[in-house]
Design a protein around this ligand. Structure first.
Ligand code: GRF
Length: 196
């Protein structure tokens, strides 16, 4: 039984590609069935090159945020995902979207939540002078960077780290963790109903 994963991205898509590689290598009994972004981005190009269906769902194409969110929800649902992975998707998911996928909607965040929520988690950890940060995989609820924590891994901060160097080390950990998290979640999920 192969799980169906939709990945939401806004940028590089390195975590999305880690999932694609793991699935291709048979290390994950799943397939990335679509990659959806809110903007054109390098990750979409990488996904398309790998032969994965891609979609851009820009908020500007809709009259308001709730219309955009409903359209995004419907597009994602059309792929019948067992899991929806938000991996660097730089938009807040509205309640209707969260409710539609709750329990199989996960977010990857580059800090040890609840420390350093928000869009600048790596910069904020460096600025706070902490010696250890990390990454979190959590179920998404109606609050931002919030919801039941499923997996976490620490990453040490080096004295000479820049935001970029630290984020690269965090991402290296994320690439392993995101695969482990999806594997574990798909093990406990009921598959998407196939009946009429
Ligand atoms: C990751 O660090 C993730 O935790 C955060 O955004 C970054 C996405 O990186 N939410 P990439 O696009 O997967 O390379």
């Amino acid at each position: 039984m192969s799980g169906r994963i939709v990945v939401l991205i806004s940028g590089t898509g390195s975590n999305m590609m880690a999932l694609v590689r793991a699935a291709d290598a048979g290390e994950l009994a799943a397939r990335v069935v679509a990659v959806v972004s809110d903007r054109p981005c390098p990750g979409l190009v990488a996904a398309a090159t790998a032969g994965i269906p891609t979609e851009v769902a820009p908020p500007g194409a809709h009259s308001d945020r709730s219309q955009w969110s409903a359209a995004l929800r419907d597009r994602v649902a059309s792929y019948r995902p067992d899991l929806v992975v938000s991996a660097g998707f730089m938009r807040i998911l509205a309640p209707d979207f969260v409710d539609a996928f709750y329990g199989r909607l996960v977010n990857l965040h580059p800090s040890l939540l609840p420390s350093f929520p928000g869009a600048h988690a790596v910069r904020d950890a460096l600025g706070a002078g902490v010696k250890v940060t990390g990454t979190t995989v959590h179920l998404v609820d109606r609050e931002v960077d919030h919801g039941p924590i499923l997996f976490q891994e620490p990453v040490r901060i080096h004295p000479d780290d820049s935001e970029a160097s630290l984020h690269e080390r965090i991402k290296a950990v994320e690439h392993v963790l995101v695969v482990e998290a999806c594997r574990a979640l798909l093990d406990v999920r009921e598959p998407w109903p196939t009946g009429a």
